[in-house]
Design a protein around this ligand. Structure first.
Ligand code: SF4
Length: 324
C-alpha cells in the first residue's frame, strides 16, 4: 500500500480545509481500505470523518434523518426503521456480512465502488479506474454486470442494497459543501450514468461531505418488500433485487415505487414502471407487463442475458407478495 497521511479532525471546518487541499474522506473504510491495499485508489491524504457528530438517527419533519456515520447494523436494528421502513431494514440485512455491517456506514455505503473484477485488477484495462484505457469486461467474464444504463465505455453494476431501498423510499442525500452550505440531493440526481466518463459516479463536487440521508414520512398503509436473489444465501451481491413500496385502494394500486438492484449502472428506478401499475388491479398479466416495460431498454451482453427473465420473475413474485 502506498504511504498516506491520516488525520481525524473533530470539527468540520478542519475536515473541509483538508478536503480543499485534496484530502479524501474516509468513514468505515470497508471498501476504500481494500481499494488502497490493491492500489486501485491511492490517496495521499485521508480525513477520517468519524468524529464530526454525524452518527445520530433523529425524527425530522415526520421522517427520519440518518447521520452519515450511522453504521449499517445500527440502522437496520433501529426500531423506527424496522417499523416504518422495513424495506430498508431488510435491504441492509441482505447486504455484506455482520462484521462488515458493524463497520460500514450510511454515507460510505452510498459511495461504495463497483465490484467489477477488472476494476480491482490493476493490470486490466478499465475506464473507471484509468479513464481512456478501455474496458476489459467487454469480451471478458461477465455475470455480475449491469444490463440497464450501461455504455460502451463501462458495463459495471452498482453494488449497494441499501441505496436500492432508499431509491424506492425517495430518500434525499444531505450534502455539506466545502463552504459549509447544505443542500439536499434526491438519489435520482445523486448517481451519474457511466456514459463516456465512468470514473465520475456521483454529482458530488470536490470537498463535498455527505452528512446525512433524509427519509420522507413513511407512506401510510403501504406494503414494503425487499427481495434479493444471489448466488449464495449470504455475503454475496445481488444478481437481481427488487425493493417495492406499494399501496392498494379498493383493490387497485394507488401508489407504487419500485427500485432494482443487480441490473443497473446505478440503483435503478423507472417512473414509467411505477406509473404502469397505478390505477390497475393486480394480476399476473399486469406484473408481466411491468417486467417487460422495465427491461424495454435493457442491453444484455454475453453472460448477463440470464438477468432479464430472472428480473421479470423476481418482480412478479415481489408484486404478488405485496398484494396478497
Ligand atoms: Fe472498468 Fe467498467 Fe469495464 Fe468494469 S465494466 S472493466 S469497471 S470500465
Amino acid at each position: 500500500m502506498k504511504p498516506f497521511d491520516y488525520q481525524r479532525p473533530s470539527d468540520r471546518d478542519a475536515a473541509h480545509a483538508a478536503a480543499r487541499e485534496g484530502a479524501m474522506f474516509i468513514a468505515g473504510g470497508t471498501n476504500l481500505v481494500d481499494l488502497m491495499k490493491l492500489e486501485v485508489m491511492a490517496p495521499d491524504r485521508l480525513v477520517d470523518v468519524s468524529r464530526l457528530g454525524l452518527d445520530g438517527i433523529e425524527v425530522q419533519d415526520g421522517g427520519l434523518r440518518i447521520g452519515a456515520m450511522v453504521t449499517n447494523s445500527d440502522l437496520a436494528a433501529d426500531p423506527r426503521l424496522r417499523r416504518d421502513y422495513p424495506v430498508l431494514s431488510r435491504a441492509l440485512l441482505a447486504g455484506a456480512s455482520g462484521q462488515l455491517r458493524n463497520k460500514a456506514t450510511t454515507g460510505g455505503n452510498l459511495l461504495q465502488r463497483t465490484r467489477c473484477p477488472y476494476f480491482y485488477d490493476t493490470d486490466a484495462a478499465c475506464n473507471k479506474r484509468a479513464p481512456g484505457s478501455g474496458c476489459a469486461a467487454l469480451g471478458g467474464e461477465m455475470r455480475n454486470h449491469a444490463v440497464l444504463g450501461t455504455s460502451d465505455h463501462c458495463v459495471a453494476l452498482h453494488p449497494s442494497d441499501m441505496a436500492v431501498a432508499m431509491r424506492a423510499l425517495d430518500a434525499l442525500v444531505e450534502v455539506e459543501g466545502p463552504d459549509g452550505a447544505i443542500r439536499h440531493v434526491p438519489l435520482d440526481d445523486f448517481y451519474r450514468l457511466p456514459g463516456v466518463t465512468p470514473h465520475l459516479e456521483t454529482t458530488l463536487g470536490a470537498g463535498d461531505l455527505i452528512t446525512a440521508v433524509l427519509l420522507p414520512p413513511p407512506p401510510q398503509g403501504a406494503v414494503q418488500v425487499y427481495r434479493k436473489v444471489r448466488d449464495r444465501a449470504s455475503y454475496a451481491f445481488a444478481l437481481v433485487s427488487v425493493a417495492a413500496v406499494v399501496t392498494l385502494d379498493k383493490g387497485r394500486f394507488s401508489q407504487a415505487a419500485l427500485a432494482f438492484g443487480g441490473l443497473g449502472a446505478r440503483p435503478w428506478r423507472d417512473p414509467a414502471v411505477d406509473a404502469l401499475l397505478v390505477g390497475e388491479t393486480p394480476s399476473d398479466a399486469l406484473f408481466a407487463e411491468a417486467g417487460k416495460h422495465l427491461l424495454r431498454n435493457a442491453a444484455p451482453r454475453e453472460g448477463t442475458e440470464f438477468k432479464l427473465p430472472l428480473a421479470r420473475r423476481v418482480l412478479s413474485a415481489v408484486l404478488k407478495e405485496a398484494t396478497q
